[in-house]
Design a binder for this molecule. Structure first.
Ligand code: PEP
Ligand code: MG
Length: 577
């Protein structure tokens, strides 16, 4: 019988494939008896696992960045030394021979014995060495568990697999995408995490908050993952499989219908031309900008250039990268957002160790604190602006002092480039993201000094409703239709209109067709979203008349009851074909 696990669907699509479990938590080990004739084979399997652990640790040590703290490097040396220690290597071999048990079990027995010794030590330092023992033993244990399941975790073995894990960082998601996985599910995480956004962007069906993966699913089992409904079906029966294969085919057909609208412009029934732009993260996304016939890029998340590496890219590397993107844009405008690392986009460089990373040294705060990180980016964006239409956008502004600091730095950078005889666009537009409630409430003050605003609803909702966007425990509170959120959005749109500057929205709300009519009625005319949502949103725009939506939206903004707001949105949408 098949089993169903529920989570939150964060990236639409159906994936059917074999489960590939990557758990960083504890490993379940069972005892099994080894017949006498296979004992020496089991000893060899154990020794091979120790050797593989040694190779892994050596490779980690060889790749340690030069600026890593010495104690971290020493840590790895300690672990390597432990692999030569008789208590970790020889005793399990003796246990396999004496007890006729599997290598995993022998290692577990020895681990328990060692932990007991450490627990009895009075010296707190020596007691912490217990963690080292655990790390080394877990490393060997993982290799053994994988080998007993016939899984050597070769990189190409992930092709078509559905990765099931406790958690994934955006950086790991990038790596897995390159390895050709067909879907992933995590036990933790939320729909607004950068990992979820990335999954949508690379069109990998994904589910987050799927509790019980470790408990109920085994490596290699056949899985259906439905990224829209947020479910995982383990070992589906034939009927279920056929149902999902049909669903997959229907999805394909729906995508083909939307693709046929690509050349149709986004214009409402009352003739308002709407700007539709793409959010891009990875170099591969650029191709979609032209393919989907967008009005340009409304958000280029540059932080992905800084991930999966020890050192940040220098000015030249960034300049080369932005130049290539500008070239591929073929004259369409590109909005480059300055670095937004910290919070769930942990990049080692941020060294972010505070207890509330989302409220800490993130995005522009980190950049202003660390000019060695920020200035090369400012220089490279400015230099690239001489090659095509480029706008610069600053994330996470919370007060106008920060804005003035940034504007001063930009001016100083322009002056330096001028002195050096390097080209840049002297009229480059500078915009700010409004994603902190304080900035939304004082949007007028920002609008007076900037060329455009862009509403980042992912963070605006997180900070307005005090819900961590990656915490699945509080995800149920995430609500773009909360009256407070809607009023803040309206304030920003009005502030932009008053100052005579454009206001866009680039958070996930902009790419959700359920909210398109609401946003049109609020006066939004620029939408930026992951490219997979563009045609769907355009379909709604082309069936809507702003004049007839506006009075109802005005009434809706005065409502305090979320249920009434939701009912009104459904009324807006029920004439959609
Ligand atoms: C946002 O916060 O809405 C946004 C677009 O930025 P990010 O998701 O990268 O934080
Ligand atoms: Mg944001």
């Amino acid at each position: 019988m098949s089993l169903v696990l529920n989570g939150i669907g964060v990236s639409r699509g159906v994936a059917i494939g074999k489960a590939h479990i990557i758990m960083r938590g504890s490993i379940e080990v069972l005892e099994s008896a080894i017949p006498p004739q296979f004992i020496e084979g089991e000893v060899t399997r154990f020794m091979n696992a120790v050797e593989t652990a040694r190779l892994q640790l050596n490779s980690i040590r060889d790749n340690i960045p030069a600026d890593t703290r010495a104690d971290i490097a020493a840590f790895i040396d300690t672990h390597l030394l432990m692999l030569d220690d008789a208590t970790i290597v020889s005793t399990p071999v003796e246990l396999i021979r004496q007890n006729g048990c599997n290598a995993e079990w022998a290692l577990k027995l020895q681990r328990n014995a060692l932990v007991e010794v450490f627990e009895q030590m009075n010296d707190p330092y020596l007691r912490t060495r217990r963690d080292d023992v655990d790390h080394v033993i877990n490393r060997i244990q993982r290799i053994l568990v994988a080998s007993s399941q016939g899984d050597n975790r070769a990189e190409d073995s992930l092709l078509g697999a559905i990765v099931l894990t406790d958690d994934l960082t955006p950086a790991e998601t990038v790596v897995l995408e390159h390895q050709g996985i067909s879907g992933f599910a995590t036990e933790s995480g939320g729909p607004l995490s950068h990992t979820a956004i990335l999954a949508r962007s690379v069109r990998i069906p994904a589910v987050v908050g799927a509790h019980g993966i470790q408990q109920y699913i085994r490596d290699g089992e056949r899985i259906i993952l439905d990224g829209q409904q947020g479910i995982l079906i383990v070992e589906p029966d034939q009927r279920t499989l056929e149902h999902y294969l049909e669903k997959e085919a229907r999805e394909e057909q729906h995508r083909a219908e939307l693709a046929s609208m690509v050349q149709t412009p986004a214009v409402t029934l009352d003739h308002a031309a709407i700007t539709l732009m793409a959010n891009i993260e990875l170099p591969d996304d650029i191709e979609a900008v032209a393919r989907e016939n967008t009005n340009g890029v409304g958000l280029y998340r540059t932080e992905f250039l800084f991930m999966n590496r020890a050192e940040p890219p220098d000015e030249e590397e960034q300049y080369d990268c932005y130049s290539r993107v500008i070239d591929a844009m073929n004259g369409r405008p590109l909005t480059i957002r300055t670095l937004d690392i910290g919070a769930d986009k942990g990049v080692d460089r941020s060294g972010n160790r505070c207890s509330n990373p989302a409220l800490g040294l993130r995005a522009i705060r980190l950049c202003l604190k660390d000019p060695s990180l920020f200035l090369p980016q400012l220089r490279s964006i400015l230099r690239a602006s001489s090659l095509g239409p480029v706008r610069m956008m600053i994330p996470m502004l919370s007060n106008t002092q920060e804005l003035h600091q940034v504007l001063n730095l930009i001016q100083q950078t322009k002056d330096t480039l001028e002195r050096e005889g390097l080209a840049y666009d002297p009229h480059i537009q500078i915009g700010g993201m409004i994603e902190v409630p304080a900035a939304a409430l004082s949007a007028g003050a920002f609008a007076r000094h900037l060329d455009f605003l862009s509403i980042g609803t992912n963070d605006l909702i997180q900070y307005t409703l005090a819900i961590d966007r990656v915490d699945d425990e509080v995800n149920y509170l995430y609500d773009p239709l909360h009256p407070a959120v809607l009023r803040l959005i309206k304030m920003v749109i009005d502030a932009g209109q008053e100052a005579g500057i454009p206001v866009a929205m680039c958070g996930e709300m902009a790419g959700d067709p359920r909210y398109t009519r609401l946003l049109l009625g609020m006066g939004l005319t620029e939408f930026s979203m992951h490219h997979t949502a563009l045609q769907e949103v355009k379909r709604v725009i082309n069936q809507s008349a702003i004049e007839s939506l506006a009075p109802d939206v005005e009434a809706l903004l005065r409502a305090d009851d979320p249920a009434r707001i939701l009912a009104q949105i459904e009324t807006f949408n029920n004439t959609l074909r």
